[in-house]
Design a protein. Structure first.
Length: 270
């Protein structure tokens, strides 16, 4: 049994065959999928909820990605408050900071990040964090973790560092705030030794696996469109790092997911 704890099923790259992609994942043993609901920003904030409500084994998040932070309005935050009450919504995200592309000014990214942490706290939902620093820098990580420590840690709701790419000290700071560390397909990339070093140290009971599809397809699918069925390759790489089987990693990370989100454990797909 496997869980894809973070994927983007709403985008145009899945428009031709979305139903088949979800079916392939279930047939491959992916028992649960968490569809991330940032979409293209305001105007598409319900995108993951619509998909999740059509499938028993798909859940959703809601939120505004840092890329679109400059577009956020009070009306958008009000819509997110309403969406967060839908039964299939189990987390708020992905939210955070992106200093690599800087599609939104950094001061606005921080303000929107803080605003969404306040809303997630009121909704009693954990948060899913996107953090990408500028080249050869820890700038976004330092700012992101500092904001979490100041504005989120007191909530005791925890969260997920999605697609973790940084070093063990940053992972440790997040773990100390009841966060889960999630690894994506880039853990399989030849030049991603820093990610593998972190994946080898994060406690197995505090780890998720994900695809971030359609992005970051793992080896041997690199360069192709990623999809939830490929989460097994992430489990395979983590297993190689830890001296465990792919099934052991799938089982442990699945248990972690159900426990963290207080969800009933689903039977594996057949």
């Amino acid at each position: 049994m496997f869980i894809d704890s973070h994927c983007h099923l709403d985008g145009p790259r899945f428009d031709p065959d979305r139903a088949e992609v979800i079916a392939r994942a279930h047939e491959a043993g992916v028992a649960t999928i968490l569809a991330v609901g940032t979409g293209d920003g305001p105007g598409t904030l319900d995108c993951a909820v619509k998909i999740a409500e059509q499938h028993d084994f798909v859940y959703a998040t809601v939120g505004i990605h840092p890329h679109e932070a400059k577009l956020a309005t009070d009306a958008d935050f009000a819509q997110l408050e309403q969406l967060a009450r839908r039964p299939k919504v189990i987390a708020w995200g992905e939210i955070g900071l992106d200093y690599y592309y800087d599609h939104s000014p950094r001061d606005i990214q921080k303000k929107v990040f803080i605003r969404q942490m306040e809303l997630a706290r009121a909704a009693k939902l954990p948060i899913v964090i996107h953090c990408r620093p500028s080249d050869n820098s820890d700038d976004a990580w330092e700012d992101c973790l500092a904001l979490i420590e100041q504005h989120w840690k007191p909530s005791s709701l925890g969260g997920v560092l999605h697609c973790f790419t940084s070093t063990w000290p940053h992972a440790k700071r997040a773990l100390d705030m009841d966060f889960i560390i999630s690894f994506a397909g880039n853990v399989t990339f030849p030049k991603a030794q820093q990610i593998r070093d972190s994946a080898a140290k994060v406690p197995l009971d505090r780890m998720f696996i994900e695809t971030d599809s359609p992005f970051l397809a793992p080896v041997p699918f690199r360069g192709k469109r990623n999809e939830p069925a490929y989460v097994k390759e992430v489990a395979r790489q983590i297993g190689e790092l830890r001296g465990l089987s792919i099934d052991a990693i799938g089982s442990q990370t699945s248990q972690n997911f159900y426990r963290f989100f207080s969800l009933p454990e689903l039977a594996p797909a057949i």
